[in-house]
Design a protein around this ligand. Structure first.
Ligand code: NAD
Length: 258
C-alpha cells in the first residue's frame, strides 16, 4: 500500500476554520472533496463546495452530525474527512455532566463513527486508506481520519474538552494497530492555538485567540493560521507518508501540553 494515492476525501466540520482550510488544501492537491458540517451550516457548506468546484475539483455537500452513526453511514456512502469538533470552556468544579456528555459526544463518538465507517469502506475497497483525525476520503479510496487534539493538559478551564481529545488520541493509536494489515494508517494531529471562529470571542470577534489564550492560562502562546494545519494533513495523505502510523503530530509552535 506504499503507493496508495488519495483520490477522494471527506472533511467534516469544513464550513469554517481548520476543516475549511483542509478542504481547500486537499482540493489544491488534486483530491476531490466531500464537504461536511452540521445541517444549520448548509449555506456555508454550499459556498465551500462552489469554491472547490471553481478550482476544478469534484466536490459535493454532505451535511450531517458526526455524533450520529446513521448520519455518518449515509455520509460515507456519499464520501468523507473528519475534523468537526466543539469546545466548552468552564472551570472543572463547575462543569456539569450534561456539558461533559455533549463534548464527548461530538469529539469522541464523532471520530469513532467516522473512523469505523470509513475503515469498513476502505477495507471493502481493498486499496488501503488514510485516517487522519480530521478527515476521511470517499469514493472510495481515501480516508483521513479526523481528530484534532491538543489544548489538553496544562490548559485550565477545559476539563471535558481535554478528556475528549485524549480519548481521540488513544482511539487513533489503537485503531492504527488493528487497521495496518488492511493498508490503512490512522494518525491524529494536535494543534496549538489556531486562528479560527472557535478561538474568537463569544460574540464572534476575531481577537487572535487573545481571549482564549488568557482564559486557558497561556497569554503568550504562539498562534498560527488554519492553513498551517492543513499542510500537515496534506502531507499525511501523500504516498510517501505511508510509514507514519499511529502518531499524534503536534502542530503548536513548540507549546507543550504534555
Ligand atoms: P470551528 O468551530 O471554527 O469549526 C468546527 C466546525 O465543526 C464548525 O463549522 C462546526 O459547525 C462543525 N461541527 C461541530 N459539531 C459538528 C458535528 N457534530 N457534526 C459535523 N460538524 C460539526 O473550529 P476549528 O478551530 O476549525 O477546530 C476544528 C477542530 O480542531 C476541532 O475538533 C477543534 O476542537 C480542534 N482544535 C482547534 C484548535 C484551535 O485553536 N482552533 C486547537 C486545538 C484543536
Amino acid at each position: 500500500f506504499s503507493n496508495y494515492t488519495p483520490r477522494v476525501a471527506i472533511v467534516t466540520g469544513a464550513a469554517q476554520g481548520i476543516g475549511y482550510a483542509i478542504a481547500q488544501k486537499l482540493a489544491d492537491d488534486g483530491i476531490d472533496v466531500a464537504v461536511n458540517d452540521i445541517i444549520s451550516k448548509q449555506t456555508q457548506i454550499g459556498s465551500v463546495v462552489e469554491e472547490l468546484r471553481k478550482k476544478g475539483r469534484h466536490a459535493i455537500a454532505i451535511p450531517g452530525d458526526v455524533s450520529n452513526e446513521q448520519e455518518v453511514i449515509s455520509m460515507i456512502e456519499k464520501t468523507m474527512v473528519a475534523n468537526a469538533g466543539i469546545a466548552a470552556i468552564g472551570a472543572f468544579l463547575e462543569t456539569s455532566g450534561e456539558t461533559f456528555d455533549r463534548i464527548y459526544s461530538v469529539n469522541v463518538r464523532g471520530v469513532f463513527f467516522c473512523f469505523k465507517q470509513a475503515a469498513l469502506q476502505m477495507i471493502k475497497q481493498g486499496r488501503g486508506g488514510r485516517l487522519i483525525g480530521l478527515l476521511l476520503a470517499i469514493l472510495l479510496v481515501l480516508c483521513i481520519e479526523f481528530a484534532a487534539i491538543k489544548l489538553q493538559a496544562r490548559t485550565q478551564n477545559l476539563t471535558a474538552y481535554s478528556a475528549a481529545k485524549f480519548a481521540v488520541r488513544g482511539l487513533t493509536q489503537t485503531a492504527s494497530i488493528e487497521l495496518r494489515r488492511h493498508g490503512i494508517t490512522a494518525n491524529s494531529y494536535a494543534p496549538g492555538y489556531i486562528r479560527t471562529p472557535l478561538g474568537a470571542t463569544s460574540d464572534g470577534v476575531d481577537d487572535n485567540c487573545a481571549t482564549v489564550r488568557k482564559l486557558f492560562g497561556a497569554p503568550d502562546a504562539p498562534v498560527a493560521e488554519a492553513d498551517t494545519v492543513a499542510s500537515i494533513v496534506s502531507y499525511l495523505v501523500k504516498p510517501e507518508a505511508y510509514f507514519i502510523n499511529g502518531q499524534c503530530i503536534s502542530v503548536d509552535g513548540g507549546l507543550r501540553y504534555d
